[in-house]
Design a protein around this ligand. Structure first.
Ligand SMILES: NC(=O)c1ccc[n+]([C@@H]2O[C@H](COP(=O)([O-])OP(=O)(O)OC[C@H]3O[C@@H](n4cnc5c(N)ncnc54)[C@H](OP(=O)(O)O)[C@@H]3O)[C@@H](O)[C@H]2O)c1
Length: 219
């Protein structure tokens, strides 16, 4: 059965890798990011919404329509000593990584609840499970996302809505470069992590994957 999947942060990295695999499987895609036009040639059949998760959640929810699977994936990383972080960075990372996604999820969840079914996948991070120096803001948002996922998972159960929290460790994407950090060869390939996430959507009937921790093999 064809599913309609909304992915935030689909213009690059992990979100794009998930979108490519679902496209090749023939699923209906609704792809969101601020620069989603940069990948329009690769997703000719998708609904591409150029939007900012921090403020455009109403527009995204309206344009997306009836969603079967919501993948909350967009994210930013700021790295450095805590005292060097600006107030603007504190606001922006919370608005992007958690608040925007909660507001979008609320709108999509309402519709899922009415139709008694759906799947919400929250891409968190291994840094939502343990803290790390010079990642204070990022860890704080990812811990918040963990709490959101675990609590909503329980609330959503009676309505046949699955909520899965995904905790990957390092993946080779541009998130590090954008944060002024070096790329690491030992990090995972986004395609491999995407495959594990895509598999969650097709979990056997009668099962409810609530948590996926993805560690890398190379250290
Ligand atoms: N890379 C890792 O090692 C790693 C590990 C664990 C978890 N994660 C998580 O995986 C997710 C994807 O990250 P990635 O590694 O693939 O990084 P990435 O390549 O930098 O992708 C981030 C995506 O988020 C989008 N985005 C950022 N701010 C946005 C906003 N305000 N509104 C809408 N879209 C926005 C970006 O698109 P635009 O710039 O076009 O808006 C981009 O598509 C993030 O939640 C990240 O925390 C990453």
């Amino acid at each position: 059965m064809v599913k309609r999947v909304l992915i935030t942060g689909a213009s690059s990295g992990l979100g794009k890798a998930i979108a490519e695999q679902l496209r090749d499987m023939g699923e209906e895609l609704v792809l969101v990011s601020r620069h989603i036009d940069t990948v329009s040639d690769e997703f000719p059949n998708g609904i591409l919404i150029s939007a900012d998760i921090t403020k455009d959640f109403d527009e995204i929810a309206d344009k997306a329509g009836d969603i079967d699977v919501l993948i909350n994936n967009a994210g930013v990383l700021y790295a450095g000593p805590f005292e060097s972080m600006t107030d603007e960075q504190i606001n922006n990372i919370f608005e992007t990584n958690i608040i925007g996604h909660m507001k979008l999820t609320k709108r999509v969840y309402e519709k899922m609840k009415k139709k008694r079914g759906g799947h919400i996948i929250n891409v968190i991070s291994s840094l939502g499970l343990s803290g790390m120096e010079e990642r204070v803001l990022y860890c704080a948002t990812k811990f918040a996302m963990r709490g959101f996922s675990e609590a909503l998972e329980r609330e959503a159960r009676p309505y046949n809505i699955v909520v899965t929290a995904v905790y990957p460790s390092g993946i080779k994407t541009n998130i590090f470069k954008k944060a002024g950090l070096p790329e690491r060869d030992k990090y995972m390939d986004p395609k491999d992590v995407a495959k594990l996430i895509v598999d969650l959507i097709y979990a056997p009937k009668g099962t409810r994957p609530t948590m996926l921790v993805i560690r890398r093999t190379k250290y």
